[in-house]
Design a protein around this ligand. Sequence first.
Ligand SMILES: NC(=O)c1ccc[n+]([C@@H]2O[C@H](COP(=O)([O-])OP(=O)(O)OC[C@H]3O[C@@H](n4cnc5c(N)ncnc54)[C@H](OP(=O)(O)O)[C@@H]3O)[C@@H](O)[C@H]2O)c1
Length: 299
Amino acid sequence: MNAETEHNDRTIVVTGATSGIGLAAATRLAGMGVRLIGVGRSAERGEQALRQIMRAHPDAQARYLTADLASQRQVRRLAEQIHAAAALGGGRLDALVNNAGAVTSRRTLTEDGYELQFAVNHLAPFLLTHTLLPLLQNTPQGRVITVSSTSHYHARMHWQDLTFRRGYFVLRAYRQSKLANVLFSAELNRRLAGKSNVRAYAVDPGLVNTGIGTKGTSAFVSWVWRLRAASGRTPEQGAETLVWLASQPQLSDPQALYWKDCHPAAPSREALKPDQAARLWALSEQMCGLSGASDQSEP
Ligand SMILES: NC(=O)c1ccc[n+]([C@@H]2O[C@H](COP(=O)([O-])OP(=O)(O)OC[C@H]3O[C@@H](n4cnc5c(N)ncnc54)[C@H](OP(=O)(O)O)[C@@H]3O)[C@@H](O)[C@H]2O)c1
């Protein structure tokens, strides 16, 4: 089987595939011939992204689904749609790329009552991964790739007030959510070890020139972000590591947790603490209405 045929066989989901790193990754993966399922929060932006991909790669096997990942109801509905779409391809999913991310200057609550950055950046990947795990387990090497950030090095979990009822500050909440991405990936690997071929990876894309800091932010934060991001990489460069992890049949170090520039890298010490990861897992289960799932064998 040559590399192209192997790619043709893969089904890959990319969330946040309507702009920035996610759109660049989706375009690249579609060009490789994978069956791409892109996820966007608006149908219109999904259609735009799909048109852009089809213009670049007329033979692409791509489709888009719509879900606001701030809503657990919509995450669950999305999972059902992905199950239905994957059924056409043999009921398997080779990689889930949890890329969607949000930055909000004001503390905003979701319909489920959670702080928005924590909900979109951590709880949505947690719940989506949980609901798609049976599909990922149907492939020889299912991969869960979650986009974290260098920001996680400056973070700790604020257990006393995880959703920042007091002292909300945009970067503190963002960094915590990006630390949660690494803790989640590490804990998923611990839970699946020896029982499953699914492996979780956290990716640091570097500083990337996208609009993320301008969408839910004040004029000042938006201005600071634009100045900072101008020196960043292109979205295509930012997408390289996650595209590589999602598409490579063999990884140089399949056990490595944290990846940057297509190489394993060391995450923060905080991110490697099993007690922090287990605590986050238990709390996330409760927050997603999955309580009791810890007592079961999977995951
Ligand atoms: N840019 C950087 O320097 C950088 C550095 C480290 C890590 N990251 C991470 O990289 C990932 C992608 O960010 P980006 O920089 O490419 O930003 P971006 O261009 O703003 O892309 C974010 C994507 O997430 C989607 N999204 C946001 N809120 C959503 C929601 N509630 N439901 C569903 N989708 C939602 C956006 O949809 P719309 O297109 O509709 O806005 C967009 O497709 C994020 O996880 C971010 O934390 C970025």
